[in-house]
Design a protein around this ligand. Structure first.
Ligand code: 3HC
Length: 285
């Protein structure tokens, strides 16, 4: 199990392409799997753009960029890509039914030695692990956006995750230049249990007319040294994702303190999801 060389990332969205980027940049062979050629093309374009940015900032050389791109093998064939992998990382949308279907497919094809990790932001790792035949080899590997920049990997242990799997994921995170922090499975883990109530409270401040998004963000940036204010960050994460995570906290703890702000619900209903739709608390067009 200690020899992790080939990684298969399922899903080429924001998180998936970032995860593929950092593994490939650190010398791993990466299979990047998605369901449509255009999604793979988009993922590779994003990776190339982010690598260019790193070349411009002189963080990597042109040769490093080419080597990184060489290490990434886009694929539409989940079974073939999973079969070859030592570590499979699922990074598909946060819909339990969809994850269940894809994880059981991954489990069918994964080798006996392979570890399966989920990049889920809040769905129970124990519940996802139960979809597979080997919950002891299943773990949460929660990266943060933008993946090439953010240092944290929240390593989430399910009820049955084996301690050697936790150690393996911690070691491999360090090989990527990241800092692994182990936590146990609980709604929202630590990151989103602490982050989302802050974002929700900031949205309540807009809803109740306490301040404008700009002023609320200014308070948190200048007073608390946050790189982005909570409302700018909510747009960056995606308001639909924030709502999904708050609902996981609300349902998981049955505590009204996690009740999503009605303004957040309305914005998601109206399709104002933040950066990805061009409009959220800010206009990004
Ligand atoms: N790929 C590679 N490099 C990138 C990048 C990317 N996608 N995005 C930014 N960078 C680099 C830039 O090149 C720049 O490099 P430098 O330090 O050498 O100049 C550095 O990151 C800073 O970027 P910028 O100068 O463009 O802009 P900012 O200084 O405003 O930083 C930011 C942008 C890094 C996004 C910063 O605003 C930030 O840290 N914001 C908070 C992000 C955050 O909290 N993320 C976590 C979200 S929660 C999550 O992901 C969990 C989920 O479960 C919800």
């Amino acid at each position: 199990m200690s020899q992790i060389k080939i990684i298969t990332v399922i899903g080429g969205g924001t998180m998936g392409n970032g995860i593929a980027h950092v593994f490939a940049m650190n010398g791993f062979e990466v299979n990047l799997v998605d369901t449509k050629q255009e999604l793979l093309d988009r993922a590779l374009n994003t990776i190339e753009k982010n690598l260019d940015r790193m070349v411009q900032k002189e963080k990597i050389s042109d040769a490093d960029k080419l080597k990184t791109l060489d290490n990434i093998h886009p694929s539409l064939n989940l079974g073939e890509s999973v079969k070859k992998a030592d570590l499979i990382i699922e990074a598909i949308p946060e819909i339990f039914k969809l994850k269940k279907q894809v994880l059981s497919d991954i489990d069918k094809h994964a080798g006996e030695h392979a570890v399966i990790a989920s990049n889920t932001s809040s769905i129970s790792i124990t519940r996802l692990a139960a979809v597979t035949d080997h919950p002891e080899r299943f773990i949460g590997m929660h990266f943060f956006n933008p993946v090439p920049v953010m240092k944290l990997v929240e390593v989430v242990n399910g009820l049955e995750t084996a301690s050697e799997v936790t150690k393996l994921i911690e070691d491999i995170s360090r090989e990527l230049g990241k800092v692994p922090v182990p936590v146990n499975d609980s709604p929202g883990f630590v990151s989103n249990r602490v982050l989302m109530p802050m974002i929700n409270e900031a949205i309540f401040c807009v809803y109740e007319g306490v301040g404008s998004p700009e002023h609320i963000d200014e308070v948190m940036k200048l007073g608390m040294a946050h790189p982005m204010g909570p409302l700018r960050l909510a747009d960056f994460i995606g308001l639909d994702i924030c709502l999904d995570i708050l609902n996981v906290l609300y349902d998981g703890f049955k505590d009204p303190k996690y009740r999503p702000c009605p303004l957040l619900v309305k914005m998601v209903d109206s399709g104002k999801l933040g950066d990805k739709t061009g409009i959220g608390f800010y206009n990004h067009e």
